[in-house]
Structure formats: C-alpha cells, structure tokens
Design a protein around this ligand. Structure first.
Ligand code: CP3
Length: 341
C-alpha cells in the first residue's frame, strides 16, 4: 500500500504524500559530482547511473515517491532525432521536423528497442525500492514533444509549431498520430517494467488558446489517456503549466489527477476543472529557493488549500531549480510529513 498511489486514486490519507518534480538534479551536490564525469545523455542511457541518480534524493529525504531519471526527449532519439543537451542552451535537435516529408521519415521503434536503457533502469530502481516507495514513469505529451521536434531548440514563442499546425494540418496530424503511439507505448512499457504511477508532461501547452487546443491537440491527448488507461492499471497524472484558461477543456481528459502550477490556487483550479479530482502541486519553485521563513509560510498555505480539495499530493508547481538549497527541500519534506489531516 502507498499513500501516494491511494491519494492519486482519490483516497485521502492521514497527510498528503510529497514528491518534487526534478527532485533528482543539479541542486544536489552528489548529482553534480556524477555529472562532472558523464553527460546528461550518458547518465540517462546507463541504467546503473540512471538508477543511482533516481535514488539520490530518496537517500536524503523521506519522499513518498521516486521518479525515474530520464527525459521527455530521449525517446525522440530512436525516432531519428539528433538530440543533444548543450551547456547553457538546453536541448537542441539538429535535424528538426519542418515538413510532411520529415514527419514521414520519423521511425517508431518499439520501447524495448528504443528506450531499453530506461526500462532496465526502472527494473533496477524497483529492485532497490521494494514495495515501500512507488516509482513514477513519465512521457512528454504529443504537443510538447512536437514543439521540441519542430523548433529544434527551446520552443520560445512556438512560431514554427503554430505555423505547421495551421498551414500544413496534414503534416501536423500525421505527426500527432505518430507521437500518440510513441507516448502510449512508452508509458505502457514503463508500467510493465514496474512503475506504479505515470505522469504526462505537457510543459508548453500554456502557449495555446482554447480553440486551437480543441482543434489541434485535444483529440490526441484524449487518445493518450484512453489507450494508457485501457492497457495499464496505474494512476496517470496530467501536468502542464500556464493552462488555467484550458482547465475546462483539460477536465475532459481521463486522468486520475491533475498537476497544478503556482499561478492558480488549488481550490480555484478545482472549480475551473469542474469535477472532483485529486490535485498535485503547487508551491512556486522560486519560493522554495528563497529564505526558509517564507517557504514555510507558503508551504503551509498550500497544505491548507490542499485540505479543501478531494485529495492532495504535495509538490511544486514546476521543477526544483538548480539554485535551491537542499536544506530547504529537507525542511519542506519534514514539514509535510509532520502534518496530519
Ligand atoms: O527528477 C526528475 O524529475 C526526473 C527526471 C526528469 C528530467 N527531465 C531530467 C533532466 C524529468 C521528469 C524531466 C522532464 C522534462 N524534460 C520536461 C517536462 C517537465 C518540465 O520541466 O517542464 C521537459 C520540458 C524536459 C526537457 C528538458 N530537459 C530541458 C528543457 C532541459 C534543459 C533545462 C534544464 O532544466 O536543465 C533538460 C535537461 C534535464 N532533464 C536535466 C535533468 C536533470 C538537466 C541535465 C543536466 O544538465 O544535468
């Protein structure tokens, strides 16, 4: 039994479970030490290293879930993308997708071939964690993956992505179909390898208005949730940022829970979603990086708001930032653990 899994299934426990997006990463000195010797991709593609990095935050903090160390972009490599994580620039794809012909060239290898390294890392982590702490698997959503594939770098204002959407809808829709398959197969394979929950990241969705969302994105996202829920019996969380204006539409997804960023309060998010559903979030990561006195106040406010929604998983509104003091993470996790509802 797990507090985290129960909460995602709508069952409120004695306190909210807590984990943090990007809980493994550069804010931890032990991560930076490993990172000095290997690139980000080498770390993801070496199951022993990916396992070690996944467990690093769990050794320090009594977190209620682990998340596999990988990236939403690594499955694109097997599709034919030349992906690199460049210092200071973030991810770069040297051969972006710009035409229907580029879309047609994208391959769809099975997960066992494409992301064997992540599936192996999952089995290692699950072996180490045992029953006590569930492991989360994840995928980028088709829209956010499209943004990186088409722009070829940090998506910015999505100029080329939106241009393809409206000027070459046939190419757009063909790309979405392929990415739905990638995303579904990747998520199901992670559940089969031992992940007890799945999260879909749609980090760039907040750049769309509701009408383009409904026309160009929603049918595919609906399909992702529909297919994954048919094939994997684990709770699935949907996360995006800057999507307060899309909550009424997002509520139609067959997700077990929704991740909420810090731009909206938890009760307000629930009202906009318009249905009784567990929420995950939503402390501002920038606040967590600041003075503890204010972190404490803000965290208590998130806890109080979380007590008024059907079920609450404590998390940040986005990932832990590299300049966050590990001490603040320690104190935050302790604060949530001391809380009993
Ligand atoms: O601990 C965890 O959360 C698990 C691992 C994880 C990473 N990326 C590792 C990573 C997860 C869940 C992600 C998701 C991810 N990756 C998203 C969705 C969530 C979000 O942040 O919106 C996106 C958009 C990406 C794409 C990505 N990967 C970017 C833009 C960057 C560069 C910017 C940055 O934060 O460094 C990455 C690199 C990356 N992915 C790092 C880590 C730990 C940093 C690697 C390093 O330089 O050491």
């Amino acid at each position: 039994m797990s507090l985290f899994i129960d909460t995602l299934r709508g069952k409120r426990g004695p306190r909210p479970p807590v984990w943090l997006m990007r809980q493994a990463g550069r804010y931890l000195p032990e991560y930076r030490a490993l990172r000095e010797k290997s690139s980000m991709l080498e770390m993801v593609m070496t199951p022993e290293l990916a396992c070690e990095v996944t467990l690093q935050p769990l050794r320090r903090f009594p977190l209620d879930a682990a998340i596999i160390f990988a990236d939403i972009l690594t499955p694109l490599i097997g599709m034919g993308s030349r992906l690199e994580f460049k210092k200071g620039e973030g991810p770069v794809i040297e051969n972006p997708v710009r035409s229907a012909a580029d879309v047609a060239k994208l391959r769809l290898p099975a997960p066992a071939e494409n992301v064997q390294y992540t599936l192996d890392a999952i089995r290692l982590v699950v072996g180490e964690l045992g029953e006590k702490t569930p492991l989360i698997g994840f995928s980028g959503a088709p829209f956010t993956l499209s943004c990186y594939l088409i722009e070829g770098q940090s998506p910015g204002d999505l100029e080329r992505t939106k241009a393809m959407m409206v000027a070459d809808p046939a190419a757009w829709h063909a790309l979405q179909e392929k990415l739905v398959t990638l995303c579904v197969e990747y998520l199901v394979a992670q559940a089969e390898a031992g992940c007890r929950s799945l999260q879909v990241f749609d980090s760039w969705l907040g750049h769309l208005g509701p009408r383009e969302y409904e026309r160009f994105v929603e049918p595919y996202l609906v399909k992702v949730f529909h297919e994954v829920r048919k094939r994997a019996d684990v709770p699935v969380v949907f996360f995006a940022t800057g999507v307060t204006g899309l909550f009424p539409q997002l509520a139609r997804l067959d997700a077990h829970a929704f991740g909420v960023d810090w731009r909206v309060s938890l009760p307000q998010a629930l009202r906009l979603l318009g249905r009784e559903v567990p929420l995950q979030g939503n402390l501002d990561p920038q606040i967590l990086a600041g003075p503890w006195e204010y972190v404490e106040r803000a965290a208590r406010e998130v806890l109080a708001e979380g007590a008024s929604v059907p079920a609450h998983v404590f998390n940040l509104g986005h990932g832990v930032l590299p300049h966050t003091p590990p001490e603040n993470v320690q104190r935050l996790v302790d604060l949530v653990h001391r809380r009993s509802a």
